[in-house]
Design a binder for this molecule. Structure first.
Ligand code: PEP
Length: 257
């Protein structure tokens, strides 16, 4: 099955809603040239919560060929969870995606595998596609345990999902040592783990599910390394942090198709 490539821009905690509107307008304008075939690659932005309503209004109002989503969600439906944002709130804003278990959430907010699993299920229950982030730290990589470590995270994140639910998840392999460091994994490194993730999906949910799930690579993706990464058979797109804030860079990455 041909999987539609996905290029998702994780803005992290950057851009006010005014700046967000400016960036989305420029991005849409840059991508509207003939070099980008929107039918071949899905391009998505993941702004901070406070920007989502403005981004939604612009994208839907101007019928821009961009998707959008959020960077996190609460595992709870509603209630006394000060500062949290629920899946229902995101769904009402037509968020198509939400990142779950990003390494910055795991590190700075002590998110563990059980919480990542609960958030994944919560997103799916509201028809939002979770982009489940997994990946090893430098110590694990240096010990050569990156495959088993990352597969354990995938297993835990998808625990209890039906095959149909698993098929609609996106997984982002993001080695922690490559995030925001400028140190990109080699294409072979990316393929080794992404291929192993697909193997695990086949084992757990069947070959058809494994064939449908999109697996992204994330970690210092730039316009000058995206081609080699995307050349790998089990890499279906990229989760892009820093470079997604630079119009020229992100549009070149998205335009790669
Ligand atoms: C990310 O935030 O998920 C990421 C991969 O960041 P960067 O591209 O800056 O390494």
């Amino acid at each position: 099955m041909a999987r539609t490539p996905l290029m998702a821009g994780n803005w992290k905690m950057n851009l006010t809603h005014v700046e967000a509107v400016g960036l989305v307008q420029k991005l849409a304008w840059t991508l509207s040239d003939k070099k980008h075939d929107s039918g071949r690659c899905e391009v998505v932005v993941l702004p901070p919560f406070t920007d989502i309503r403005s981004v939604q209004t612009l994208i839907e109002g101007d019928r821009l060929e961009l998707g959008f989503g959020a960077q996190d969600l609460s595992p709870h439906d509603k209630g006394a969870y000060t500062g949290d944002v629920s899946a229902e709130m995101l769904a009402k804003l037509n968020c198509r995606y939400v990142t779950v278990g990003h390494s910055e959430r795991r590190t700075y907010h002590a998110e563990d595998d059980a919480l990542v699993n609960a958030k994944t299920k919560q997103a799916l229950a509201h028809r939002i596609t979770p982009i489940v982030c997994v990946g090893e730290g430098l110590d694990v990589r240096q010990a050569g345990n990156q495959v088993e470590y990352t597969l354990a995270q995938v297993r835990a994140a998808l625990d209890g999902l039906s095959a149909e639910q698993a098929a609609s998840v996106v997984i982002a392999y993001e080695p922690v040592w490559a995030i925001g460091t400028g140190e990109v994994a080699t294409p072979a490194d990316a393929q080794e783990v992404c291929g192993a993730i697909r193997g695990l999906l086949a084992e757990a949910f069947g070959a058809d599910v494994a064939d449908r799930v999109r697996i992204l690579y994330g970690g210092s993706v730039k316009s000058n390394n995206v081609a080699q990464i995307m050349d790998q058979p089990d890499v279906d797109g990229c989760l892009v942090g820093g470079a997604s804030l630079q119009i020229d860079e992100f549009s070149a990455i998205a335009r790669f198709y």
